[in-house]
Design a protein around this ligand. Sequence first.
Ligand code: AP5
Ligand code: MG
Length: 217
Amino acid sequence: MNLVLLGPPGGGKGTQAKRLQEKYGLVQLSTGDMLRAAVASGSEVGRRAKAVMDAGQLVSDEIVIAIIDERLDQPDLAKGAIFDGFPRTVAQAEALDAMMERKGKKLDFAIEIRVPDAYIVERITGRFTCGKCGAGYHDTFQQPKIAGTCDSCGSSEFVRRPDDNVETVTKRLEAYHAQTAPLLPYYDKRGALKLVDGTMDIAEVTRALEAVVDSAG
Ligand code: AP5
Ligand code: MG
């Protein structure tokens, strides 16, 4: 089973990918996380990506396609992948189709987690993650059970993303509508697009996504 999660910044792709990963043994492939790791490592790709990410724009197709191409060859993807934040342009979607075919894999669904822009600033500006294990939280919607302590690993070190501010969110939303929204008809035309209402609470969105995955039998 290979899934693409589509949706705006802060729409819940990462939150839900982690939940589906646990339930189905699929592997979350987040190009955002991979690029942030490249930035943290100080690599050439990281240096090229950092300014673009901080400005809320899209990193070049060439860079992200190369990252995914390499990742798809690794052996942990036997049960399949959840693409989170990739593809983000029609060129990336076409490249993904070509890569999957070349590697003998199949894309089952592209699922749009639909969240109107009006929700997004609050989602993004309230987000924080565990600095040690990456578990995701929100100041209002997903607080740790014990304040200041990660539910998953017990760490007390939390981080916020440098691009999670009001100015950059506006740019990221613009990029989503201009460059990524065309992927909705791209997948719909071949009957692969599913829609989930991303304004429900986190557990309800998970249930709706599981219903889609389970429908594949
Ligand atoms: P990326 O890391 O992919 O960021 P994004 O698409 O902007 O999405 P986010 O990670 O911000 O949101 P999410 O949908 O994962 O939401 P989350 O689950 O965390 O990309 C970052 C940058 O990298 C891009 O701007 C670009 O520069 C570059 N990049 C990455 N991929 C690229 C590509 N393919 N091509 C080119 N450039 C690329 O949820 C958000 C918050 O809301 C959390 O706090 C969560 O707890 C909360 N929440 C989640 N669901 C709910 C709910 N149902 N109700 C209430 N709160 C909720
Ligand atoms: Mg994310």
